[in-house]
Design a protein around this ligand. Structure first.
Ligand code: 5GP
Ligand code: SF4
Ligand code: MG
Length: 466
């Protein structure tokens, strides 16, 4: 998901809509905005579909006046079961004795099922099936006198990944979980406004200056021109999601002081060193494989070419929640550039192999267009474990790498060769010159390593074996 918030600008909801539009790649199912105006109180709009189709028109935007707003774009993950209902669309809102509070959450709480059970037993009335709603009910049970203290209490009871943007009548609040699994950055708008955003690309769109990242385990409370920073949790070594760098974030964002594009480009170079092959062309699977394909081409000296053309009017296929739409999606989105491919030995670079559906279909299309050889190079290690921290990977049994060796995957996909970047190579590309330190890995890489930095307690209660 993507989260965004602004304070201290007239038209905060419009800024938020622009920010969410820049974060649309993080969630395409639905979006919501809450704004506060002293004369009109809290107002919200929650809609299915793209930001640009819902939050650009006067009939919606005029209902969201004020200088303070937050928003959310949603993509449903392992934590949420079944189809999204509009009541699952964030931000969530609660009225407390000291005023209203709206919350937008990115990530996944790994103890949400246990929390929900306990809260319901004690009288909470849940409106949605979302894990994030627990935060509001936990706030209601806190005895703290002000809302930011109640947010601290609530989040101390939460386990897993959370970047949160919240607002009261006067404050914009940002929090990251102790490991900092999901991103959150702070921006300055002119000399009166502030923004919080999942990624820096959303600061660029509104002309805000990037100030800094919110630290793992940090809470910032912004009121007027004052920023108050605190550390509500026990300190822990940070474990940012390495898959944000591989796939999830936009290439023009800066994460952990490093350009996402640059990381992906270096993954491609590492791949060319680790897994060379003689071929005529290096082609990306667009768009997610593009920077790595450029890196592979530059490092290997094999010409880069657009062997697959993407229809720009389709979204991210993976994010469509049902299998049947996903199956169609590849063809709706990608087509082979036949004239270029015919008779050529082609290296295809993609970001990840999850179920293998995408790779297999692309291989069919490329061979159908007359390619002489097809070699897959993947910019992440084999995805062998599900993510419980906010990225939608299927259960273990559906992950190709959980049941097959690399050679078996190559044969199942039906290509001449298949190679993945090593975990060490990925760490080097992400700026860790010495590779991955198994005793103290710098990132979360659980979907590749099975090393879960936060015990997924709900899943273990359901029978998941680590
Ligand atoms: P597959 O077809 O192997 O199940 O999925 C791999 C494709 O899904 C890749 O092309 C990748 O770009 C795309 N993808 C989109 N979203 C995600 C995601 O959240 N996780 C992973 N691992 N891949 C994703
Ligand atoms: Fe990111 Fe994978 Fe960790 Fe999930 S399991 S937070 S996708 S690195
Ligand atoms: Mg892709």
């Amino acid at each position: 998901c993507g989260i965004f918030g602004v304070i201290g600008v007239s038209d905060a909801a419009n800024f938020t809509a622009l920010g969410l539009h820049a974060l649309q790649h993080r969630g395409q199912e639905a979006g919501g905005i809450v704004a506060y105006h002293p004369d009109h109180g809290f107002n919200s709009a929650r809609r299915f579909g793209y930001v640009r189709d819902n939050f650009t028109k006067a009939d919606v935007m005029d209902t969201l006046p004020g200088q303070l707003a937050i928003g959310h774009v949603r993509y449903s993950t392992a934590g949420s079961k079944g189809a999204t209902a509009i009541r699952d669309v964030q931000p969530f809102f609660g009225e407390f004795s000291m005023g209203g509070c709206a919350i937008a959450h990115n990530g996944n709480l790994t103890n949400a099922a246990a929390l929900r059970r306990e809260l319901i037993e004690r009288g909470s009335i849940f409106q949605s099936s979302s894990d994030s709603e627990c935060i509001i009910h936990l706030m209601a049970r806190s005895i703290q006198k002000n809302l930011s203290e109640r947010i601290k209490d609530a989040l101390r009871a939460c386990e897993g990944a959370f970047s949160v943007v919240a607002m009261t009548r006067t404050k914009l609040i940002g929090v990251r979980d102790p490991l900092g699994v999901r991103p959150l950055v702070l921006g300055r708008i002119g000399d009166s406004g502030w923004a919080l955003s999942s990624e820096t690309c959303a600061l660029d769109i509104i002309g805000a200056d990037f100030v800094r990242e919110i630290d793992p385990g940090e809470m910032v409370v912004i009121e007027g021109n004052k920023i108050d920073s605190s550390r509500p949790f026990h300190p822990a070594p940070s474990r940012f999601c390495i898959f944000e760098k591989v796939y999830f974030s936009r290439p023009d964002s800066i994460l952990g002081g490093q350009s996402v594009y640059e990381t992906r480009h270096r993954i491609g170079m590492e791949l060319a060193i680790e897994a060379p092959v003689d071929a005529d062309l290096v082609c990306p699977v667009p768009d997610s494989g593009t920077p790595a394909a450029i890196g592979y081409s530059q490092q290997s000296g094999i010409p880069y070419a657009m062997g697959i053309i993407r229809n720009q009017y389709m979204g991210r296929t993976f994010i469509e929640p049902t299998e049947s739409i996903r199956n169609m999606g590849v063809r709706l989105k990608l087509n082979v550039n036949r004239a270029l491919i015919k008779g050529k030995r082609v290296i295809l670079v993609d970001d990840s192999v999850v179920r293998g559906t995408t790779s297999r279909k692309i291989k069919d299309m490329i061979l159908d267009a007359g390619a002489a050889e097809v070699h897959f190079r993947i910019a992440s290690p084999p995805t062998a474990w599900p993510c419980f921290y906010g990225v939608d990977t299927p259960e273990r049994g559906k992950l190709l790498a959980a049941t097959m060796s690399e050679d078996e995957m190559r044969d199942w996909i039906g290509v001449d060769s298949l190679k993945f970047i090593s975990l060490d190579g990925l760490y080097r590309a992400a700026g860790e010159a010495a590779g991955r330190d198994p005793a103290a890995p710098k990132f979360c890489d659980a979907c590749f390593s099975g090393d879960y930095p936060v015990t997924p307690s709900d899943k273990i209660a359901e029978g998941f074996e680590m």
